[in-house]
Write a protein that binds this ligand. Structure first.
Ligand SMILES: CC(C)(COP(=O)(O)OP(=O)(O)OC[C@H]1O[C@@H](n2cnc3c(N)ncnc32)[C@H](O)[C@@H]1OP(=O)(O)O)[C@@H](O)C(=O)NCCC(=O)NCCSC(=O)C[C@H](O)C(=O)O
Ligand SMILES: [Mg+2]
Length: 279
């Protein structure tokens, strides 16, 4: 059963309080950050803190975000991160297949890689990046860097980013990989945050990356199948099996046509719900 990744919380790697607090937070997965939330003079100390903490978060997926490929910290970060044996290493600003190969060559062992796509060129290469290796497990949107590179504004509804979000989704799904939406910066605006979660789920993201504990509960709720969706999925599966037993390849539920593709979607919804319940 796949891990649920509704809510994936970043923690600044130099912030001991946040690293500690996350042990009691209801996030499906964690990203212990060494990149943008850590100032250059704190990078080495944060690396030590994060690598020491990585094994202490129970059953949740724990990942470490290293600094980018072309930074002075990358080589030391990936060596230390791989030795800490997280569930994945998150690499920011991945722009091409060549970048993926450089990462795979640099990261010892077989630890999975989550690639952040956060530039126009990354969006145009999303499928090639996502399909470059079986070790590449997840694409993660970096919508702050993306908006900066596009000269776009952050607005409700995210119209300026929609082409990019869709390209990244197409790339990830075509490669059969998971994909996480970017962060919502205004930690006080929970209505705006909920609207963006709903949009992300409707677009097809598996979950959303988060920056503050207050974003966890609404995100978990919005990205989980609702009771009505679960009941509908069960009804779809039962109706289709009944139709099949009568020699038919098509059924109706609540007046709507059901074919085997709807059954596959219903099964996916039930498997997400089961993974959440198992957690
Ligand atoms: C955004 C924040 C700077 C807000 O900080 P602050 O005002 O201090 O928050 P609060 O006082 O409301 O905090 C309340 C308590 O919660 C803990 N806390 C806060 N944030 C986290 C967290 N992320 N994980 C765990 N715990 C957290 C505080 O310690 C307080 O605890 P207590 O002492 O018990 O009251 C801050 O939330 C923050 O730093 N968030 C993470 C920022 C981050 O990681 N940024 C990098 C990733 S985002 C990114 O890079 C995007 C991407 O690359 C792109 O391009 O888009
Ligand atoms: Mg970024």
């Amino acid at each position: 059963m796949a891990n649920p990744r509704r809510s994936v919380l970043y923690m600044p790697g130099a912030n001991e309080r946040a690293l500690e607090k996350a042990r009691g937070l209801d996030a499906d997965a964690l990203i212990l950050d060494l990149e943008d939330s850590v100032s250059p003079d704190a990078k080495a100390a944060a690396r030590d803190l994060v690598c020491a903490a990585a094994g202490s978060y129970g059953n949740r997926e724990v990942t470490i975000r290293v600094n980018g490929l072309d930074t002075e910290w990358f080589a030391d970060d990936v060596r230390a991160a791989a030795a800490a044996a997280p569930d994945a290493i998150v690499v920011p600003k991945v722009n091409s297949v060549a970048d993926v190969h450089r990462i795979l060559d640099a990261v010892p062992g077989d630890v999975p890689i989550w690639a952040m796509v956060e530039s126009p060129v990354a969006m145009l290469h999303a499928y090639e990046i996502a399909s470059a290796s079986p070790r590449l497990a997840v694409l993660v949107l970096g919508t702050n860097d993306l908006a900066k590179e596009l000269h776009a504004e952050h607005v409700p509804g995210r119209a300026p980013l929609l082409t990019s979000l869709s390209l990244a989704l197409l790339g990830a799904r075509a490669a059969g990989k998971a994909i996480l939406d970017g962060v919502y910066n205004d930690v006080k605006d929970l209505d705006g945050f909920a609207a963006e979660c709903t949009q992300g789920r409707q677009l097809g993201f598996d979950g959303k990356t988060l920056i503050h504990p207050s974003q966890l509960a609404p995100c978990n709720e919005i990205f989980a199948p609702s009771e009505a969706e679960i009941a509908h999925a069960e009804k779809v599966i039962a109706a289709f099996h009944q139709a099949q037993s009568e020699g038919k390849g098509v059924a109706t539920v609540d007046g709507k046509m059901i074919e085997n593709l709807h059954v596959a979607n219903a099964e996916r919804i039930l498997s997400v719900a089961a993974a959440i319940n198992a957690g």
